[in-house]
Design a protein around this ligand. Structure first.
Ligand code: 5GP
Ligand code: MG
Ligand code: MG
Length: 192
């Protein structure tokens, strides 16, 4: 097997850039949520947000609960099928709680919109979204945050299909510590 780095055409954000931006986001979120009487719930969207959730959570200096939800809209390709389904639900009761949805990337907006509606139906009092990357140029669904929720994003992403820092192509590359674009031949070839 070739090394992981040899599959990458270009790096968009290095590991050091990610570390410093994630810590800034955590500081901002901590300041914004310090007035709450009950600890907020950080909800990571599996699988793509697993590294971001772990890094963000350890820099938030408030008591928080942590949970995971899974929404699936992608096959193994690079285009969403547009109708995300919740295939693994929360363990915690979020009734009356402030939830921060922690996502890898908001692209068309359909996944985040579906998740906000789901949290509303579960009785969350407000929902913020903290996405590591945001691709506003690709937005199709204009979602509304719940209550006094805020939208946080790490970086604005150009219209490339990116991998790394949790994000996959065909379930590979999630373990890259940086974000990059694959060499074009990797999109055709699924063998390591
Ligand atoms: P949306 O529903 O906003 O179109 O897309 C949501 C999900 O699609 C993201 O949470 C992510 O899992 C996946 N996705 C969107 N753009 C990219 C991308 O550039 N790279 C990867 N690996 N996944 C993406
Ligand atoms: Mg995601
Ligand atoms: Mg994926």
């Amino acid at each position: 097997m070739k090394s992981l780095d040899s599959h990458i055409e270009s790096v968009l954000w290095t590991s050091d850039e990610i570390t410093s931006r994630v810590s800034e986001l955590a500081t901002e979120i901590s300041a914004d949520l310090s007035h709450l009487s009950e600890p907020p719930v950080l909800v990571g969207v599996a699988t793509g947000a697993f590294l971001f959730l772990a890094d963000l959570a350890r820099h938030v200096h408030l008591p928080v609960a942590v949970d995971i939800i899974r929404a699936e809209s992608y096959g193994s390709g690079t285009e969403s099928n547009g109708s995300p389904k919740i295939s693994f639900d929360l363990k915690l009761d979020v009734t009356g709680r402030h939830v921060v949805l922690v996502e890898d990337i908001v692209d068309t907006g359909s996944t985040i919109s579906r998740l906000i509606a789901h949290l509303e139906s579960k009785g969350a009092s407000s929902v913020s979204v903290c996405t590591f990357l945001d691709k506003p140029s690709r937005r199709k669904v204009h979602f509304k945050l719940l209550g006094n929720g805020k939208f946080y994003r790490g970086f604005e992403c150009p219209d490339y299909f990116v991998v790394g820092y949790g994000m996959d192509f065909a379930e590979l590359y999630r373990n890259l510590p940086y974000v990059g674009v694959l060499k074009p031949e990797r999109y055709k070839c699924q063998s390591p």
